[in-house]
Structures are given as structure tokens and as C-alpha cells.
Design a binder for this molecule. Structure first.
Ligand code: NZQ
Ligand code: ZN
Length: 385
């Protein structure tokens, strides 16, 4: 295990009724911009509850942040924040609204020529508007991390950025807010969380025993609780465990001091940039294909995964590894997320286009060892078809 510095200032307000405690976390007299997505929070009544919880503040709403949040929309909000001098932001939604809010928080006070430089040139963020979140979709972990991903469809680019200034001040995690999720989004959240864990776990052994056991605990929880939430959307305990799993999967704990892969996400982001497919639905075909292609480099951890997560007999190592990968695919399918790109109406043309996109954004030596090069990406995409 390498040296690490772990810093996570986000305060978590977990459970029923925590929304009403949120006001204590916002500075008195703050002028608050409430940000939300395409309208689910209006339909579920959550937006009204948020407004009631914030009656002691001056609030304005900004809706319409898309899934895979769009730079142009976010810039409209950033311009509003600057013009009207909002000094606190509240994201109410899933990863897209939270990531969009992170960009707005950084873009509004940005002094450079164009805030697009933040994701495209890694322009440093020296200032950010403080913000909190009310999570409605457990998946991305954005509610307790300082990273974000935004999209510029006109340039076919989906790019990430991060800054320690972009941790939410607080996040309200009430599992009841996820009762209204459509099956598709529940399944997406389970798969996204699963892949976040495997990208920090299925690398090579590094004597990080606690991170390994944490990772395995999160995977086993997803396998056990995911189907329950799909069968009974109002199962509070299943929803609560899924919510906490997704937050812990990407808040820095299981990744502290260990090798990190990240390649499935990079390939997935290119697919979304080109075809607009849901984030998790790009990962479900790519991860199993990547594990197959990288089987030799990841051998020791794939065996550990087969043994501890899928309880497989590993006397025949190759058979156990292959079965572990097959079970992964079968699990994704069982939560309603197809594992072939063809299921999303993509054909062989995807291979060249994704390779071109990754080359353009400098992603040509990815994975924990930097060994996932274009030839391997091509193999991965061909298997993923
Ligand atoms: O937009 P509304 O109308 O609110 O509907 C949303 C949206 O259509 C709906 N939804 C959310 N909560 C709901 C609900 N519908 C009913 N009831 C609820 N309680 O779900 C749809 C998808 O929402 P979205 O926020 O796009 O999904 P998700 O949370 O999966 O976020 C995906 C985005 O996060 C990025 C992805 O790349 C993608 O852009 N990620 C962010 C990360 C981070 N910041 O650390 C890491 C991840 O790997 C990921 O890259
Ligand atoms: Zn993800």
C-alpha cells in the first residue's frame, strides 16, 4: 500500500427526515440557487419539500440540467450565479445535477478566458461557490467526492475535472428519495457502483487488506441488495444499503493508497460522448470485456474476486477467472443492464470512432499500469459488441 493523504470534508446527513436539518448547514443570509434536472424532483414533490426546508433563505430555482450535463446549459446557470451574486448552490438530483453544480461552482468565479478550460486543459480552480447536495440517485458517489464529468456534445467530448474546492459542504442521503427511481436508473446505479469498486480492486495485489475487504463487502452488498430494490422499490433497507454503498464506493476510502484502473470509465465516457448512452450502460459491456483482455495482468486479483465474491472453487484457475467474469455479466443483465453494445444499437463502427475519440483526448495508455493501449482497446470493444 502506497502513502496516501485522505481528506474528505463532506458532511453526510443520512436517513429519514434529514432534509429538514439541512438549513443548519447553509450560512445564514445566503442567497441560494437550487439546481435540478429534467423535472423528476417536481413530479415527486421533493422540490417543494426543499423549498419549505429553505424558507429562511432567499432562493431561486434553475432546472433543466440534462443527464450527462451539457456545458451550454451549465454556462447559463454560471452566468446567472455571477449576475445575481448567488453565494450558495444546492444540487437536488443525481450525479448529473451534482456534477453540473460542481462545474457551475467553479465556472462562475473563474477568471480565465473560458471555463471550458477547466475540463479540457485542466485549468486550476482557485475559487468555488460553496454548495450542498440532496441525492436522489445512488450511483456516482459525486455527493461525497470532489470530481465531476461534463459533456460538450457539439465537440463530442465528455471530460472530467476535480479540485479539493469541489467537495460538497454537505449531502442529504435519504433513501426514501430513491423510491421513485425507474428500474432502469436503479439498475444503472447498481452497475456504476459495481464498476467504481472493481476499478479500485481488480488491479494487482498491493497488501491493502482493508481496502480489499471493504471493496468485497460493497460488491457483496450490491449483489444481495440490488435485486431486492428492483423487486420492491420501497424497500427502505435495500435502498439505504445501496445508497451508502454507492457513496462509499467513490469517496476516496477504498481507493486510498491502492493502484487505480479507471480504463472502463474512460472508454465509457468516449461512448457516451459519441452516442449519448447512459453512463452505466456503457460500463456494463466494457468492464467484462476489459477483464477478459487484461486477464493475465489482473490474474491474482481476478482469482481473489472469483473466490471471495463469487465463492468459486479456484482449483482450475483459468476456469474460475472466466466464471467470475461471466457471473459479473450475468449480474449486470439481472439488474436490467445489457452487456453488449449491440443491445444499444451500436455496431462495428463504434470501434474506430471510440479509438479516435480516446486518441484525441490523450487516453492511449490507460489502466493501472498504463498498458491498455489502442490495440487492447480495440480488442475490448470487439468483445463488448
Ligand atoms: O433529470 P431528472 O428529471 O431529475 O431525472 C433523472 C434522470 O433522467 C432521473 N432521476 C434521478 N433521480 C430520480 C430520477 N427519477 C425518478 N426518481 C428519482 N429519485 O434519473 C435520470 C438519470 O439521472 P443522472 O443524474 O444523469 O444519473 P446518474 O446519477 O447516474 O449520473 C450520471 C452522470 O454522473 C457522471 C456520469 O458520467 C454521468 O454524467 N459520473 C460522475 C462521477 C463523479 N462525479 O464522481 C463518477 C461517475 O463515474 C460518473 O462518471
Ligand atoms: Zn461511474
Amino acid at each position: 500500500m502506497d502513502n496516501f493523504t485522505l481528506f474528505n470534508p463532506t458532511k453526510i446527513l443520512f436517513g429519514k427526515g434529514q432534509l429538514e436539518c439541512m438549513q443548519q448547514e447553509i450560512p445564514a443570509g445566503a442567497k441560494v440557487l437550487i439546481l435540478y434536472g429534467g423535472g423528476s424532483v417536481k413530479r415527486t414533490g421533493l422540490l417543494d419539500r426543499v423549498k419549505i426546508a429553505l424558507t429562511s433563505f432567499d432562493t431561486v430555482e434553475f432546472g433543466g440540467i440534462e443527464p450527462n450535463p451539457e456545458y451550454e446549459t451549465l454556462m447559463k446557470a454560471a452566468t446567472l450565479v455571477r449576475a445575481e451574486k448567488f453565494n450558495f448552490l444546492l444540487a437536488v438530483g443525481g450525479g448529473s445535477v451534482i456534477d453540473g453544480t460542481k462545474f457551475i461552482a467553479a465556472a462562475a468565479p473563474f477568471k480565465g478566458a473560458d471555463p471550458w478550460m477547466i475540463p479540457s486543459q485542466r485549468a486550476p480552480i482557485s475559487e468555488a461557490i460553496p454548495f450542498g447536495t440532496v441525492l436522489t440517485l445512488p450511483a456516482t458517489g459525486s455527493e461525497m467526492n470532489c470530481g465531476a464529468v461534463i459533456t460538450r456534445r457539439s465537440a463530442c467530448m465528455k471530460l472530467g475535472f476535480s479540485s479539493t474546492l469541489l467537495y460538497p459542504r454537505f449531502s442529504v442521503l435519504d433513501p426514501e428519495f430513491t423510491f421513485t427511481l425507474p428500474e432502469r436508473q436503479t439498475g444503472n446505479g447498481i452497475v456504476d457502483t459495481f464498476v467504481h469498486v472493481t476499478e479500485q480492486y481488480l488491479t494487482y495485489p498491493d497488501d491493502a487488506l482493508i481496502q480489499d475487504r471493504w471493496a468485497e463487502g460493497l460488491l457483496l452488498t450490491l449483489i444481495q441488495e440490488g435485486p431486492k430494490a428492483l423487486k420492491s422499490p420501497q424497500d427502505y433497507h435495500a435502498r439505504a444499503n445501496l445508497m451508502w454503498a454507492s457513496t462509499l464506493a467513490l469517496n476516496g476510502y477504498i481507493g486510498a493508497g491502492v493502484p487505480l484502473d479507471g480504463a472502463s470509465h474512460k472508454i465509457g465516457h468516449a461512448i457516451t460522448a459519441l452516442y449519448g448512452i447512459d453512463h452505466a450502460r456503457t460500463l456494463a459491456p466494457v468492464l467484462p470485456a476489459l477483464l477478459t483482455v487484461m486477464k493475465d495482468e489482473k490474474r491474482a486479483k481476478l482469482l481473489q474476486y472469483a473466490r471471495r465474491v463469487w465463492c468459486l472453487d479456484c482449483a482450475d484457475e483459468d476456469a474460475a477467472i472466466d466464471e467470475g467474469i461471466l457471473r459479473t455479466s450475468a449480474f449486470f443483465e439481472s439488474v436490467g443492464v445489457p452487456v453488449h453494445l449491440s443491445a444499444y444499437h451500436l455496431g462495428t463502427e463504434v470501434v474506430g470512432r471510440v479509438l479516435e475519440n480516446l486518441t484525441r483526448t490523450g487516453m492511449t495508455a490507460i489502466g493501472e499500469n498504463g498498458t491498455i493501449t489502442p490495440d487492447k482497446i480495440e480488442k475490448i470493444l470487439n468483445i463488448a459488441l
